[in-house]
Design a binder for this molecule. Structure first.
Ligand SMILES: Cc1cc2nc3c(=O)[nH]c(=O)nc-3n(C[C@H](O)[C@H](O)[C@H](O)COP(=O)(O)O)c2cc1C
Length: 224
């Protein structure tokens, strides 16, 4: 099927149907990161081979297993974070909360490898409890990860980490679990747009039993 538009139109007068290869990669990037929203942000902290502290945000990020727990993030190209993870075999995911958004943004700048991004962003670091990586001291939660493997994916490298230690601050805990409103995480949207959590609502998941027994109650068509 031919693509409906050779590049992103200013106004969309009919449905967009495109093959990614027909668009420049930057246009595909904007389309995808505008559609796959909101994205959580892994603020990944590492030590370089030479001991330099590094921290950088990654919104190609998610949790992919819980027993034992695993997370993934993807590096677009080879950056200091990826090199450090390879060299030290460890990283920490610092959860980005609203109070840290400005500092997080500073650490996204293209610092040369020898620069300590904690210092530039005015952040204090502490050693992780279990892995060979620093933590952002002010973060309300940390996932300490052991580097498990990397998987090439397009222009990215997916880094898989096993979460071997977790830290949660009491300020975000309520009645046995993390309270989303207290955590107040930053959500990444497209481009330079971010969002807070917005409305939180709950939805009970139906079981097959609920659904199938409800169907018996629906009157069928009258016999002809
Ligand atoms: C909110 C946010 C999310 C980002 N997500 C990613 C990402 O998922 N992958 C990536 O390679 N770069 C991402 N970046 C860009 C990196 O943070 C940036 O290139 C940074 O300089 C990399 O630092 P490093 O070289 O110290 O690893 C993101 C930037 C921001 C502001």
């Amino acid at each position: 099927m031919p693509s409906s538009h050779p590049e992103p139109p200013t106004d969309l007068d009919r449905a967009l149907e495109i093959a990614p290869r027909d668009w420049a990669p930057r246009h595909v990037y904007h389309l995808l990161t505008g559609l796959v929203i909101p994205r959580p942000i892994a603020w990944v902290s590492t030590y370089g081979e030479d001991g330099v502290r590094n921290v950088a945000p990654h919104s190609y990020f998610n949790v992919v297993a819980h027993d034992p727990p695993h997370v993934v993030f993807s590096s677009s190209g080879e950056k200091d974070t990826l090199r450090n993870v390879r060299a030290r075999g460890a990283f920490v995911v610092n959860i980005v909360t609203m109070d840290l958004v400005e500092a997080m943004n500073v650490t996204a700048a293209d610092f040369p490898p020898a620069e300590d991004e904690f210092t530039w962003a005015g952040l204090e670091a502490t050693d992780a409890v279990v892995v060979d990586a620093p933590r952002v001291a002010r973060a309300r939660a940390h996932l300490e990860c052991r580097f498990v493997q990397e998987v090439p994916a397009g222009n990215g490298t997916i880094v898989v980490g096993e979460v071997v230690h977790l830290h949660v601050d009491p300020s975000v805990w309520h009645q046995g679990r993390v309270d989303p409103a207290l955590l107040d995480p930053v959500c990444r949207l497209g481009g330079s747009a971010y969002a807070g959590l917005g409305q939180v609502f709950r939805l009970a998941r139906p079981t097959w039993r609920d659904l199938s027994s409800a169907r018996h109650d629906v009157p069928g068509p009258a016999p002809s």
